[in-house]
Design a protein around this ligand. Structure first.
Ligand SMILES: [Fe+2]
Length: 407
């Protein structure tokens, strides 16, 4: 077995403003209402002749896949649709999609949908040039060849997958979420069209929006934080606080939908510079075990990991309270705590289920082991072993909500 490259959080020199850092954001983002209709021009710019659209049945039912196919075929571009994507996207579908793409000489992939189709599109692009199984390309910087180009078109506001260097794919044998992370996995182009999110129902808007917030906060307290990523993360958090509840209350609120699309984008860029961290270790452990929607697990995991990181990340949470627009004239500890309380109360207003509704307490050791094994656990600012993760789950289950928010 070849030696795995070191986790960047474990080889970084220095802390804070003097720390080493690197980032590369190769995705060209085209943001705007109606930008979806420029897809054929974008494909032509790559001189691609055989395109595969990766999507799912829900996106097909909204008519977006037909719109894309019609555009491409009208431009004389041969187009194939692969729609076997499920939420928490599976390795088996990436392998099947790659086989189909290979048989059809596909030279460009369009990922059209929420995070699952976009991540699947990115993974298929990896398999086409690197071969093998997604498991072979797990973790940081393991690719042997650059993937074929991907154009990402998000239809939800939250995952940020359209600008991220990751594809998160479930290993159906190990029941584990894998992170394929390499700057070359970033889509070449992201067409970010807020109009595509207008029909997203309130519950999905809420959950995906909390995924965006989890990217902002997981980046903010990440061991790989930089001034550039903090700027993106704090702006992402500010936009979520300003627009998420509005977008949930009225799906046709144009300003709120644009605000959430921008929140998803900047928070996605932030975690592309850094990495997700402890919230996603918890969230992906729950998601891989019970197939719970990713945004729900992130919403629940956020205050849990913020409580755990509190002492080490206090100064970051003070800045977060500023971004949320909370009163900030008290002691740092109280202001930082108010940011955590804000997240818990936002979850409550958005009717996000509590942890007790998501997991079986008999599985705590399994969940702790999965959280510990997550690639991004090394990026959490406070080290955690399996007992620590078990303790984080136990605390959340044991303490009544009123006590957690200081009521
Ligand atoms: Fe996420």
């Amino acid at each position: 077995m070849t030696e795995q490259p070191a986790h960047p959080a474990n080889v970084r020199r220095g802390v804070g403003i003097v720390a080493d850092g690197t980032f590369h954001m190769p995705t060209r983002v085209q943001f705007g209402r109606g930008i979806f209709d420029t897809l054929a021009d974008e494909v032509n710019a790559f001189q691609a002749k055989h395109v595969m659209i990766v999507s799912d049945p829900g996106v097909i039912s909204l008519g977006f896949v037909d719109r894309a196919v019609n555009q491409l075929q009208a431009a004389g571009i041969e187009t194939l649709v692969f729609s076997q994507v499920q939420p928490n996207p599976r390795d088996i579908h990436c392998v099947a999609g790659a086989d189909l793409a290979r048989e059809n000489n596909i030279d460009l992939i369009v990922g059209l949908g929420g995070g699952s189709p976009v991540d699947t599109a990115k993974c298929i692009a990896v398999l086409l040039t690197n071969g093998g199984h997604p498991r072979d390309w797990e973790n940081f910087g393991t690719l042997q060849h650059p993937p074929i180009p991907v154009i990402a078109i998000p239809t939800t506001a939250g995952t940020g997958s359209e600008v991220s260097p990751s594809a998160i794919i479930t290993d159906t044998v190990r029941k584990k979420k894998m992170n394929l992370f390499d700057p070359r996995i970033c889509p070449a182009v992201a067409l970010v069209d807020p109009d595509l999110t207008f029909s997203v129902p309130p519950k999905v808007t809420a959950a995906t929006g909390m995924d965006a917030l989890s990217h902002a906060i997981d980046s903010l307290h990440c061991r790989l934080d930089t001034p550039a990523s903090d700027g993106m993360a704090l702006e992402g958090a500010r936009l979520v606080a300003m627009y998420l509840e509005r977008a949930v209350a009225d799906g046709n609120d144009v300003e709120a939908r644009c605000g959430m699309m921008q929140a998803s984008l900047v928070s996605g860029i932030a975690v592309g510079i850094t990495d997700v961290s402890g919230c996603h270790s918890i969230a992906e452990a729950i998601g891989a075990t019970y197939d719970t929607p990713h945004g729900i697990t992130c919403a629940v995991g956020l205050p849990m990991i913020m409580d755990y990181n509190f002492e080490i990340s206090k100064a970051k949470y003070v800045r977060l309270a500023h971004a949320f627009g909370l009163p900030t004239n008290g002691e740092d500890a109280a202001v930082a705590q108010s940011a955590i309380t804000y997240v818990r109360e936002l979850n409550e207003r958005l009717e996000i289920p509590r942890l007790t509704e998501l997991i079986d307490p008999a599985d705590l050791d399994l969940l702790a082991a999965k959280a510990l094994a997550n690639t991004s656990t090394a990026s959490n600012p406070r080290a955690a072993d399996a007992a620590d993760f078990r303790g984080i789950f136990e605390k959340e289950l044991a303490i009544p909500f009123g006590e957690l928010v200081g009521r």
